[in-house]
Write a protein that binds this ligand. Structure first.
Ligand code: ADP
Length: 517
């Protein structure tokens, strides 16, 4: 099987054997079956369409969302002596014309284009006239409105492409796809086979850090990891600017990348990082898609991102070379507020906002769970979880001693019930504490029998426990701008004493008090 293709792998790319998932994907494509490949970052998705592209007659068209990504891919193919080119808005009209002419003469094996290109009738006509090997959608999750990076143009061109009857096979590739997104891609592109290698990245260790001064944490981390390459993601440009200034002032050589910088500045920063002139990159989520830097040893999230898809994709830029790498998320409650604000400010309709709130809640749950962090992520993606503890993440390593907190959980849950399931985490903690908050009196919550029943705890401890119950699905939240707590079947089981609740001993943070207010 795949004798010719294995030869191509060895002679062009210099690799001995295929990786998991590559063989199945390539075989389906060669049988002209529309195929979706879901593989983790660094899994080797490009070869899945490049090898059939070389093996089949005609030109392979690759639709890719990012200009920088196209150039890198084309440069890499050219360096292997393969005829490849790209067409996008970075080229002059003259350059575009020359390339289009060369494409129509069948000179290239690979042509990378942005989706918008198919909105032009003349390009569609050109594609109609030449011999096509395959059409591949890179970063295919961008096709789906359920995906975290939806590009409408990715979706709108599909009907036009389907009308062309000279495309033998469609290929879709992504590293991040929930069941919903996979189904959406399948339906849209008439996918016949899905090759899903799972998402697990054995070489990554996930960590949640709470209640620390973030900048000091980063400073000491960098001191302890000198000469290592890493990315620090911030939630806003302003955070990136501030952190960059703080670290630069101390003499650390750090690059910076965000959409507020000029294109030249961004290019320079990216090049400095890729070529290891600056080992650290401080960036917003504008940085990274398609960046193939293999030796990134850590990715630190200065602030929690909007959802687990984004988090896993960004964190997954660590360790593409398979070496052990760390993914650290610095959590603070303010970041939750920031993300809610960003959702509210967005132009999405109410249904889309609701969907974003739901995903945000899962991200928050990730920060509060006591389960294995790798397993939590894999379960989120509906992946087959092979083991419940990775033995590497901060929960597996640091959380050792368990406490039975069934009684506390029952008090919290019955308080939620008595409050009519109409309030959020903060107010519930206040009632349990017996706070003298004015609002609480206005709602007459001080009249409840559960008022003050956990006065021995601090509000912060109570908040942490409520978040823990949500993360462990023992309590539900109605997602939205002001999420309210609701009981679910698990809560009822806990209240009836049918289900014990255990929590690992928490070391409640002493600094960053404001976080839990
Ligand atoms: P991604 O799935 O993130 O798109 P890439 O296609 O960029 O991953 O591949 C990641 C790295 O793995 C690249 O450097 C690529 O050359 C390498 N690679 C891909 N397939 C193989 C293979 N069969 N053997 C060895 N290295 C491979």
């Amino acid at each position: 099987m795949l004798v010719k293709e294995e030869k191509i792998l060895q002679t062009y790319f210099g690799y001995e054997t295929f990786r998991p998932g590559q063989v199945a994907t390539i075989e389906h494509i060669l049988q002209l079956k529309n195929t979706l490949a879901v593989m983790p970052t660094g899994g080797g998705k490009s070869l899945c369409y490049q090898i059939p592209g070389l093996s089949m007659d005609g030109t392979a068209i690759i639709i890719s969302p990012l200009i920088s990504l196209m150039k890198d891919q084309v440069d890499a193919l050219n360096s292997y002596g393969i005829a490849a080119t790209y067409i996008n808005s970075s080229l002059t009209a003259g350059e575009q014309q020359t390339r289009l002419r060369d494409i129509s003469s069948g000179r290239y094996k690979f042509v990378y284009v942005a989706p918008e290109r198919f909105e032009s009738g003349s390009f569609v006509n050109l594609v109609r006239k030449i011999r096509i090997a395959l059409v591949a959608f890179d970063e295919a999750h961008c096709i789906s409105q359920w995906g975290h990076d939806f590009r409408p143009s990715y979706r709108s061109i599909v009907p036009n492409l389907k009308k062309l009857n000279n495309i033998p096979v469609f290929v879709a590739l992504t590293a991040t796809a929930t069941e919903e997104v996979i189904n959406d891609i399948k339906e849209l592109l008439h996918i016949e086979h899905v090759v899903n290698t799972g998402f697990e990245r054995d070489n990554l260790s996930f960590h949640i850090v709470k209640g620390k001064d973030k900048t000091s944490y980063i400073r000491s981390f960098l001191q302890e990891h000198p000469n290592e390459s890493g990315i620090i993601y911030t939630a806003t440009r302003k955070q990136a600017d501030t952190l960059h200034e703080q670290l630069t002032r101390r003499g650390t050589n750090v690059a910076k990348y965000h959409a507020g910088m000029s294109e030249i500045e961004r290019k320079q920063a990216q090049a400095a990082f890729i070529h290891d002139e600056s080992s650290i990159m401080i960036a917003t989520n504008a940085f990274g898609m398609g960046i193939d830097k293999s030796n990134v040893r850590f990715v630190i999230h200065y602030a929690m991102p909007m959802n687990i898809e984004s988090y896993y994709q960004e964190a997954g830029r660590a360790g593409r070379d398979g070496e052990h790498s760390d993914c650290i998320l610095l959590f603070s409650q303010q970041d939750v507020q920031l993300q809610k604000f960003l959702i509210e400010q967005s132009l999405m309709d109410d249904a889309a906002k609701q969907n974003e709130y739901h995903k945000l809640q899962e991200m928050i749950n990730y920060c509060h769970t006591h389960s294995c962090l790798s397993s939590f992520i894999l379960e989120y993606f509906d992946d087959k979880v092979t083991k419940m503890t990775c033995g590497r993440c901060s929960n597996c390593v640091e959380l050792k001693e368990k406490d039975d907190i069934t009684e506390e959980a029952q008090m919290i849950l019955s308080c939620v019930k008595r409050m009519g399931e109409r309030f959020g985490v903060g107010m519930t903690a206040k009632v349990l504490k017996g706070s003298r908050d004015k609002k609480l009196k206005e709602f007459r919550l001080d009249q409840l029998t559960t008022y003050g029943i956990m006065s021995a705890y601090t509000e912060k401890e109570l908040t942490e426990r409520i978040h823990f119950l949500i993360a462990e699905r023992l309590l539900a939240t109605e997602e939205g701008k002001f999420p309210t707590l609701k009981l679910n079947q698990n809560s009822v089981d806990v209240l009836k004493g049918k289900r014990p609740v255990e929590m690992f001993t928490l070391t409640i943070p002493t600094s960053d008090e404001a976080d839990y207010q």
